[in-house]
Design a protein around this ligand. Sequence first.
Ligand code: NOJ
Length: 761
Amino acid sequence: MHDQSRPWTDTSLPAEQRVALLLSAMTLEEKVAQMVQISYSTVTPDEADRWAKLGAGSFLHTLGDNARRLQRLATGTRLGIPVIFGIDAIHGHAIHNGATVFPTQLALAASWNPALAERMGEITAREVAAEGLHWAFSPVFCLGRDLRWGRIDETFGEDPCLAGKMGAAVVRGYQGSDPSDTDRIIACAKHYIAYGESTGGRDSYDSPVSMRTVRDVFLPPFEEAVKAGCETFMAGYESVDRVPCSAHGELIRGVLKEELKFDGFVVTDWSNLTSLVKRQRVARDAREAARIAVNAGNDMIMTSPEFYEAALEEIRAGAIPLDQIDDAVRRILSVKIRAGIFDNPDKVKTTPLAEDPLARSAEAVFNCERHRRENLEAARASMVLLKNGDVRGKPALPVRARGDAGDGMAVPPSRAREVRTIAVIGPNADSVRAQFGDWTFFTHPVPHLDAVPSFRVITMLEGFRALAAERGVRVLHDKGCDIFDPDNHTIPRARRLAAKADIVFVCVGDTLVQTGETHDRADLALSGAQDRLVEELSAVCSKRGIPLVSILVNGKPLEFARVVAASDAVLETFNSGTEGGTAAAEIAFGKYNPRGRLPISFPRKTGQLPVYYNQLPGWHEGSYHDCPGDPLFAFGEGLSYSRFRYGAPRLSSARARATDTIRVSVDVTNSGDCAGTETVQLYVSDSFASIVTPVKSLKAFAQVDVPAGATVTAELALEVGSLAIVLPDGRKVVEPGEFDILVGHDSRSGSLASATLTVEE
Ligand code: NOJ
C-alpha cells in the first residue's frame, strides 16, 4: 500500500507518471535542491543535516551510519524524496576499509576480458549496495594517451574499442538488467569528454582537440556507455578547445542528450561550477555560472553549493527557463525511481540471498569468499608477461621446488626451473599502498596514508612466501631501496641475498603519490635507486647464471627500458589489489599460465610521448635523432607459457556494404606444451581515404582457449559501420574502397596477417 498523500509512491504506476506527479507537487526551491550534490567530506555534520532537510538531491563520500542518518532526514521532508548517495567505487568499493580492492581499471583492461569486468562490476555493486549506497562514479571512459597524466591508472588504456567494450561491461555489472535490484547500483560514465587529452598531461587543463577529433576518437567509448544503458554521465574538469566541459552545450545537450538520446542525468565534476568563475573565468559570478551550467545541460552540480541560491535568483529573474530546471529534475527523479531508491532507500534486502543468508550486513559481503576468489581471478588475468628469456637453456619462468612433482602446474614440470631458495627484493615487494594504487581508503575521501587495512592483503612478498612455504622453498627478502630517496638503499645487502638464491624477483615501479589525481609526472623515469638496484642485482645474477625477474608494481607505464634490459623476465602487475601477490606467485610458480595483454603502449623515454599505437602516419617512421620511434612494448603485447601461431584470416565475404557485419575467422595453433588462452586482435587499416586515417585501429578481439598442440578457430564479428571516419564537417561516413583486415597477436605490424575487404558504394 502506498501513501495516498504521496501518489508518486504508487509502485504500480509507470515511472514517468510517478515523476510527473512528483514534479507537479514540488516548489521551485525543492526542485533546485534536487540538483545540488554535497560532499560529506567538506561540510560539518550539521551542515550536511541542514542540506538533507532542505532536500539536496545527492551526497557523495558518505558511508555507513552517516548515510543512514541523512537518508532519514531526507525521507522525512515534506515530499520525502530520498537522497541518491554517490561514491568513488573505482576499483571495488575500496574507499570503505574492509571492502574488496580490485585491480585498477588499467590493470583490468589488460585482461581484455569484458566478462571479467562485468563480474568485477557486479561484485562492487553488491558491496556498495550492502552499505545502502546507490551510485558509483565509474567507469572511466577516458583514453590514456599522455602517460604523464596522473589518472592513466583509472582508464582502460589508450584504445577506444577496448575502453568502450570494457567500460560497457562494467556498466552492465553495476546496473544489471534492473538497477533497482537490491544488489545493483547506478553507473556513471566519466569524464565526458577528452579529459585525458589535457595539455601536457596536466590534469584539468585545456584539451586542444577539435569537434572532429572528439567525435572520431573520444566519443565512441561513451557511445558504448549510452548503449549499455548507463544512467548517469559526469562532465570533466577540463575545457575542450577552450570551452569548459560543464559549459559545453553542444557536447552535453546537443551530442549526448539529443543526438545519442541519453535519458539519464549529467552531474558536473567536483566544483566545476565554482571553477567556471574562479579558474576558467567564463562566468563573472555564481549566478552566471549557474545559468551557463544549466543551459549547457548539467543536471546535478557537485560540490558547488552556491549553485542553490544563485540558480534560484536566476530563475526568478527569468534568466534560466523553468523547463530546463524541470528537465533536469525529471531526469534525476527518473533515475532515482529506476534505481529503486524511492521504494527502498537503503537498498535493504527483502529476501535473504540463498548463497549468503547474512548478506544484509555489509560486513558479511565485503571481501567474502566468493569476492576474494573473483578478485584473485581478476588479478591473475590482468598480469602481463612482457619478457621471458632463456637462462642456461631454460626460460626464466616458471619455477618449481626441487623434487616437486609439479601437481597443479599449468606447464609440464620438466619445463620449470628448479629452485630451493628465492629472493624477493624491492621497494614494492611488500607495499600495500603501491599495490593498491589510487582511490582507496588510503587516499579518499581524505588522504590517510598511514591507514591500516582491516583485512588481509596479499602483497607480492606474501604471495611468494605462501606458495614457497607449500613447496618447501626458502624466501629471502630485502627492500633494496627506498622508492624516492636514491641515497637511502640497502643494495649491498640485497646483492648478498641474491648471491644465495636460485632466482631473484625484484619488485619495482611507483607508489601512491606518483600516480592518481593531482599527481601528474613530468618525468617517467624510475624514482630513487630502483634502476641501480635492478642493474646491480642483474650483475650478481648473470655472474651466477641465475635469472633476474622484474615484477612491475605501478599505476601506469614508466620508463622501464633499463629494467627490461637488465632482467631475464618481466611481469607487469600494475595495481593488482588485495590478491595481487597470490596471482604473481602463481604465475611465477607455473600454477597459472599468464594471458594478460597490454592495454597501453610503454615508452622508451618520456620525451617519446605519445606512443599510442593508433597514430596518424608521417614521413620518417616517427623516430627521433636520439630515440627509435617504436615503443618499448606495444599495445596488445603479452606472452604466455604457450606458443601461438596464426593462420591467414578468412572473411565471410570479401565485399560488403556499410550496414553489413562480416565474420572474420582465423586458426590459432598452440605449438607449445601447455594449454593457454590467446587474445586474438583484429585491426583495420584504411587503404585510401579522403582524410588521413590511423596506421591501424582495433575493431574487434576475441579470447580463445587452445589446448596444447591443438588448433582452434577464432571467430570475430566486424561491423563494417565501425570503419567509418569522421569528416571535417562532422559527418560520419564509411567511404567505399579497400581496407586491410589485420589479425594477430598484438598491434605490431610484424605479428599481424592481413586480408582485404572491399566496401562497396
Ligand atoms: C573528482 C574526480 O575527478 C572524479 O573522478 C570523482 O568522481 C569526483 N571528484 C568525486 O570524488
